[in-house]
Design a protein around this ligand. Structure first.
Ligand code: NOJ
Length: 565
């Protein structure tokens, strides 16, 4: 059955549920929980998570206290980049289930008041996408090739790539094709793996196709999209050479003037999409994955006629240092509200070293490089966990919308010692193991301490090996246990909601020392101590604390205190 037929069978109009009234702009304050489907829960037992697995655990997410879920790709894909290589944008990959399973999951989430955002990957498709296969079979200069970025090579016989761009995953960003007559031919651009050819967004046919894709999922009732590589769709005119800054991280987060990131013309695409979303009821939203050097630059993606949210990667990339944190929070609260958008906050996702590990690294670790047994600056796990809990306690008190990544509510660390033969990230292969890549933050979740694969499924299979010490981090080992990371998250999310902190505002407080981030939001006083000496404890009642407090806030600890009544 083709995806169109499947869609017709199951796509009865399915309106978005209204957990909050229309016009509420729920995305301004929402806590959005990222599900990485292949590692969340596996109902089929094949070792890879799936949509029925998500449906089965929605009660756990509801009791955690989140407002929405974002699903990393589950669309049809050869899985060369864990689903970020899509071969059919309007179908579910059989690994994850069916469109019917998606509809069931969406209905079950909406019934619990949980909004659902899906990933959209517009920068590139899979090389198995029908369009790319047609392009390969067609001649240079054809309409089929014009959907992608094919160019003649340099050199006497076109034997050199058209420019010097490198793939985000390492190695050249160009691959040469063999033409139908067997000769070496043109080159195609792939900012990521060679299995992920870049679309040409100057082509109206590409734009029209993605309008169709947006409508397909909006018609099914999704509440919005997380837009992959939202800073990359449009490339600089003439594709000029570029020397990358290796410190900038694989997505170029700290580099200005990269000819394939952040080009002005990309904003037209999102103005167009915004109009489409506004045709639908229920406050549908677009969230940009755009790695840009500053909050000010990132805010360009959320101007009033563009997207609704952008991930605050400058915040994620800030070290555990009070002065740096105060500065990035200040800038964020000026930049995003400055264009009428909420600030977002995020500490972990499927592309970065989990913050329970990252915040204790003692050496540079550019984004996307990952960490393995030979990496310099190995963390002390207890320090990482204490800082992660404190960092989240700080983050969830900030006004705006916050993103959580599955497993951080359990305090999961990055898995550092995944054997080379088990690693699957294309970064690992494309750099010959020089960069470990992102597998360490993608290990399947532990649900039950005593079950096979810790309850990830019933079979015990797991697409990446789970560490032995994860039994004590399993959800059932933490549920109801005072002081556990899970209970800390539940408390923070319940208090955040009850006290309206997402819609609040921030007033900086002095008097807690240079190593403290101290502010008030509504009736909550927050002190996060990033230093090694204790900080003063505000007077009042402690309603949440990331670690034990006595009459002081110890190092690597954060508290929420309300006035005594
Ligand atoms: C960003 C995604 O988050 C990442 O996982 C993926 O590899 C690249 N985009 C390419 O789609």
């Amino acid at each position: 059955m083709t995806s169109a037929e499947t869609a017709e069978r199951t796509a009865a109009p399915f309106p978005s549920a209204e957990p909050t009234p229309a016009g509420s702009e729920w995305w301004r304050t929402a806590v959005i929980y990222q599900i990485y489907p292949r590692s969340f829960a596996d109902a089929s037992g094949d070792g890879i998570g799936d949509l029925p697995g998500i449906t089965a655990h929605l009660d756990d997410l509801q009791s955690l206290g989140i407002d929405a879920i974002w699903l990393s790709p589950f669309q049809r894909s050869p899985q060369k980049d864990a689903g970020y290589d899509v071969s059919d944008y309007c179908d579910v990959d059989p690994l994850f289930g069916t469109l019917g399973d998606f509809d069931d999951m969406l209905a079950a989430a909406h019934a619990r008041g949980i909004r659902v955002i899906v990933d959209l990957v517009p920068n590139h498709s899979s090389d198995q996408h029908e369009w790319f296969q047609q392009a390969l079979a067609s001649a240079p200069g054809s309409a089929e090739r014009a959907r992608y970025m094919f160019r003649d090579g340099k050199g006497e016989h076109g034997e050199l790539p058209p420019n010097n761009w490198e793939s985000v995953f390492g190695g050249p960003a160009w691959t040469r094709v063999v033409e139908a007559d067997g000769t070496s031919g043109q080159w195609y651009l792939h900012l990521f793996d060679s299995s992920q050819p870049d679309f040409d967004w100057s082509n109206e046919e590409v734009r029209e196709e993605f309008r169709r894709v947006l409508r397909f999922w909006l018609d099914r009732g999704v509440d919005g999209f997380r837009v992959d590589v939202a800073h990359g769709l449009v490339k600089a005119e003439g594709l000029p050479d570029y020397i990358p800054n290796p410190e900038a991280g694989s997505m170029g987060g700290e580099d200005e003037n990269v000819p394939y990131w952040g080009q002005d013309a990309v904003h037209e695409v999102y103005r167009d999409w915004r109009k489409i979303l506004e045709e639908y009821p229920g406050d549908r939203a677009l969230a940009a994955e755009a790695w840009l050097p500053t909050a000010e630059r990132t805010a360009e993606w959320v101007r009033p006629d563009e997207m609704h949210q952008a991930f605050n990667f400058p915040y994620l990339q800030t070290e555990w240092d009070a002065a740096d944190l105060r500065a990035v929070i200040d800038l964020s609260l000026r930049a995003f509200p400055g264009v009428g958008a909420p600030s977002t906050w995020v500490l972990s996702n499927h592309d970065v070293v989990r913050h329970a590990t990252r915040l204790a690294l003692t050496a540079e670790n550019p984004q996307g490089h990952g960490i393995g047994p030979d990496s310099p600056g190995q963390p002390i796990p207890e320090v990482g966990l204490a800082r992660a809990r404190a960092a989240t306690t700080l983050m969830l008190a900030l006004p705006g919308s916050a993103y959580l990544y599955q497993g951080e509510e359990l305090g999961l660390p990055e898995v550092i010692d995944i054997p080379g033969e088990a690693r699957q990230d294309p970064t690992w292969f494309r750099t010959n193991g020089e960069r470990y890549g992102r597998d360490g933050c993608r290990v399947p979740l532990p649900w039950n301490a005593d079950a096979p694969a810790y309850g990830f499924n019933d079979s015990g299979a797991s697409w990446l090996p789970q560490p032995a010490e994860w039994a004590r981090l399993a959800r059932d080992a933490q549920a109801g246990v005072p002081g556990s990371t899970l209970e800390l998250y539940r408390t923070l999310l319940a208090e955040r909601r009850a006290r309206g902190l997402g819609a609040g505002s921030l007033e900086w407080l002095d008097g807690y020392g240079v190593d403290a981030v101290a502010f008030r939001n509504g009736n909550v006083t927050v002190v996060a101590n990033t230093g090694s000496e204790p900080a003063a404890l505000p007077s009042g009642i402690v309603i949440a604390s990331s670690g034990p407090v006595t009459d002081v806030v110890p190092a690597d600890t954060a508290v929420w205190v309300v006035d005594q009544v």
